[in-house]
Write a protein that binds this ligand. Structure first.
Ligand SMILES: [Zn+2]
Length: 480
């Protein structure tokens, strides 16, 4: 049950679109970015105003104030008539949640516009050609040139993007969504840069190798090369990257009872993960959100429970969170996400190929870029992929919401019979999640459309309390 993404909690090392699935909704930022950008930024600003005006008017007219008692309690104890409880916050929490959401959404569009302007500026000031010249003076070896060029360019972009990244962390601290101090945050940022540089060198090296091999079909060959990397990234990321940021200890020694019950849920799902493959992760050193999931393949298969879940939730609620994540795992959502990313990447690369050649024919001389096979063309390509990714955001979020809904349903099915009063437990887990993440109760349709990669909590809570194939004599869809 992962928090709304603060925009990049762990540094953004995931391949283009692939995103670890989690349980809470949210926003992501798009980083790095360029030219048609003058009018593009104007476009974003207009879009931002359109999107933000809706929640703004809502903020001024709060919903009928919920009772002052903890809304969590109200969800935990539905009326005897079986009345369905929605997601509510106390008036104070709600006001905070709304201002926090607005601040993040404004920052998101600002970051997008700023990122595009940054890339345009880099192009206009011929920064990449200067880096390319240094690289060629340094060595005549092609790979060596990339080892010099790629980190210079990537780090320049990321350092110049630091202000918005820091503002985001500042907001997270201000609204108590993060407890990570600045020093630790910067250390993580630097580690993230390290990972990104390593991956960046590899990708840029492949990219220019294929561009130089085939000026017409490089987009397809690059895609072929990227597919195994996307798969590898999706499978390996939790195994290699997460341990860079957190510590893992055996769950069975700290929470033997919980480990035993998770084993039951795992068995119910038709899987076998021994307790020796279950771990507790010290998420609480840096964050507040909760999560419990299964990941990995074959010998790397494992269960991870964030210690934040243990601090904030009852065992039954953790089991539901885990059931949801089991849903992603068992229903093959990682595989689906990989296929989706690969299909989208192919489309983007084809488009980027066409537009890149057109742009270079038009502005190549102004920007001192000699052609697509010139390393200095990289910022143009980054700009295009970022633009496509930005425009594609609502589609990938809609797709994500669909998977998240399936996982919710799976979670309810897999704990049915193992957890007493599962619908109430699930609803309460959502309520806690919303309070922990400070999720606004009534996002506007526009905000949901653009930002939500999970269904709004109110919908999820209501679904949890009304989904009941068992009493209707129907078979559950996923867990027989
Ligand atoms: Zn999920």
């Amino acid at each position: 049950m992962r928090a709304r993404g603060s925009l990049h909690h762990t540094p953004r090392v995931a391949p283009l679109f692939f995103q670890r699935r989690g349980m809470a909704g949210g926003t992501r930022m798009i980083r790095r970015n360029n030219q048609a950008a003058a009018f593009l930024s104007a476009f974003f600003v207009i879009l931002a105003i359109l999107l933000l005006s809706a929640p703004a008017s809502r903020a001024q007219q709060p919903q009928a104030a919920p009772p002052a008692q903890s809304s969590a309690q109200s969800a935990a104890a539905p009326s005897p008539a079986g009345q369905v409880q929605g997601y509510t916050l106390t008036p104070g929490q709600e006001a905070q949640a709304i201002t926090y959401a607005r601040a993040r959404h404004e920052l998101y569009f600002l970051d997008v516009a700023y990122g595009f302007l940054l890339l345009v500026l880099l192009l206009q000031l011929r920064v990449a050609p200067a880096f390319r010249d240094w690289a060629t003076q340094w060595t005549s070896n092609g790979f060596g040139q990339i080892v010099v060029f790629a980190p210079l360019l990537l780090v320049t972009i990321d350092v110049l993007s630091l202000p918005t990244a820091m503002w985001e962390h500042h907001l997270a601290l201000q609204y108590r969504q993060s407890i990570q101090g600045w020093e630790s945050w910067l250390v993580d940022w630097a580690k993230g840069e390290g990972v990104e540089i390593a991956i960046g060198i590899l990708m840029v090296w492949i990219l220019f190798a294929v561009i130089r091999k085939s000026s017409r079909n490089w987009w397809f060959y690059f895609w072929l090369a990227a597919v195994p990397l996307i798969i590898l990234g999706a499978v390996i990321e939790p195994l290699i990257v997460e341990p860079l940021f957190y510590k893992f200890t055996p769950l069975a020694s700290s929470q033997p009872h919980l480990a035993g019950r998770i084993e039951q849920v795992v068995a119910r799902a038709g899987l076998q993960i021994p307790q020796s493959r279950m771990f507790e992760m010290n998420a609480s050193t840096k964050r507040k959100d909760v999560n419990a999931y299964a990941s990995g393949l074959g010998a790397t298969k494992r269960v991870v429970v964030w210690d934040t879940s243990i601090q904030r939730m009852s065992e039954d609620e953790i089991l539901f969170v885990f059931g949801h994540e089991m849903g992603h795992y068992v229903l093959g959502h990682v595989r689906d996400g990989i296929l989706f990313s690969c299909a989208v990447l192919l489309l983007f690369l084809q488009l980027a190929y066409r537009v890149l050649h057109w742009m270079l024919a038009r502005w190549g001389e102004t920007w001192a870029i000699r052609g697509p096979d010139d390393l200095a063309s990289l910022p143009v390509l980054l700009l295009l992929l970022t633009l496509f990714g930005f425009l594609f955001t609502p589609i990938s979020n809609a797709y994500s919401r669909r998977l998240e809904h399936q996982a919710d349903q799976y979670g309810l099915e897999v704990i049915h019979g193992l957890v007493p009063a599962a619908p109430v437990v699930a609803a309460h887990a959502f309520q806690i999640l919303g309070e922990v993440d400070l999720e606004e109760p009534n996002p506007s349709a526009a905000v949901k459309f653009w930002f939500y990669n999970h269904p709004p909590l109110d919908e999820r809570m209501r679904f949890a309390q009304t989904y009941d194939p068992w009493s209707q004599g129907r078979a559950p869809e996923f867990v027989k």
